[in-house]
Ligand binder design. Sequence first.
Ligand SMILES: NC(=O)c1ccc[n+]([C@@H]2O[C@H](COP(=O)([O-])OP(=O)(O)OC[C@H]3O[C@@H](n4cnc5c(N)ncnc54)[C@H](O)[C@@H]3O)[C@@H](O)[C@H]2O)c1
Length: 342
Amino acid sequence: MRRKLRVGVVGTGRISLDRHIPNYLKSHDVELVAIADPLVSSLNLAGNRFGIGARYYSYKKMIDTEKLDIISICTPNVFHKDMVIYALEHGINVLCEKPLGLNESEILEMREASINNNKLLSVGHHYRYMPEVWAAKKIIDSGEIGKPYIVRVQALRNRGIPTWGVFHKKKYQGGGALIDYGIHLLDVALWLTGNRKLIKVNAFSSSHIAKRDDVNPWGQWNKEEFDVEDHITAQLVFEDNLIMNLEVAWAVNIPETRNTLSISGIEGGVEVFPFELFKPKHGMLFNCGASYIPGDRVDPGEALISDFINAVKEGRQTRVRLEEVLHLAKVIDSIYENADSK
Ligand SMILES: NC(=O)c1ccc[n+]([C@@H]2O[C@H](COP(=O)([O-])OP(=O)(O)OC[C@H]3O[C@@H](n4cnc5c(N)ncnc54)[C@H](O)[C@@H]3O)[C@@H](O)[C@H]2O)c1
């Protein structure tokens, strides 16, 4: 019988508790052997909740001691690069939370470490495992909607400023609403439209709401330290005249939170959430939903972890490729650079 792969998790905050630890524990192919976090309360909460005995304050100590096959990195963004590279250099396959790095140049370094050490590196873009996203990809790639030429991406929370961790500080996160929240839909939008080369950007960012006293159902955030955007909008022009209109907010004055990803082609269109296909046909306009999409009973977070484990076992890539992650980072860098220049 094949031995179980040994897994360690670095960072025992929200995403670790909600996604990584529980889904590793569900798998029959791995054994979650250790966790690491310098914050004793966080480390013990995770350890006690999931019955994990081996607990480390230092991720390096965990890596040096535990002979791991797989590691999940679930820490603030600024720590990802050094942790990922240290793990890869110690022969461990790495699943890192998004964003993989603060910018493209960090990700290039990580990719090099992955190649040089022949270990898998992938990222927690769980939206890629949503059935609606899979369905949209299938339809667009089939040519059903013709050539896509306009994409609408809206990741808009009426109010949802993160109040835990360090999401409000640029030096830890690299940015605000876009790199934290908009990144999911932007990643999917780029993937669905074939990761075309970015030609032009016009972007504007602001933090009107987060810099003052305001309402937030998630509680009080640190407005004095807040130095990232709570709202950003950009028009992106990609090669072959594909236009993407992007708007992302942690807080904006609209009636309710909405996630829109809508792609129009010359022959038809696709709305991803909820999934719908539009077609002009026989002199009529059709709107068509899907009553069954493969994978629609699997939680995308579980599918992500399971794909990573299987990819390690089978020596293949995951659904999320590093080339795509680099392209995404390049686009995000360009949006921030353009917005910051105003
Ligand atoms: N995929 C998603 O939908 C999703 C959702 C939330 C967060 N995330 C990502 O997950 C990461 C963590 O976010 P979170 O919400 O869990 O934050 P969090 O603040 O709840 O948890 C972060 C944890 O990392 C720990 N940490 C800090 N420095 C460390 C170090 N040197 N070594 C080990 N642990 C360290 C902190 O003590 C904390 O327990 C971020 O990169 C974030 O963007 C992804």
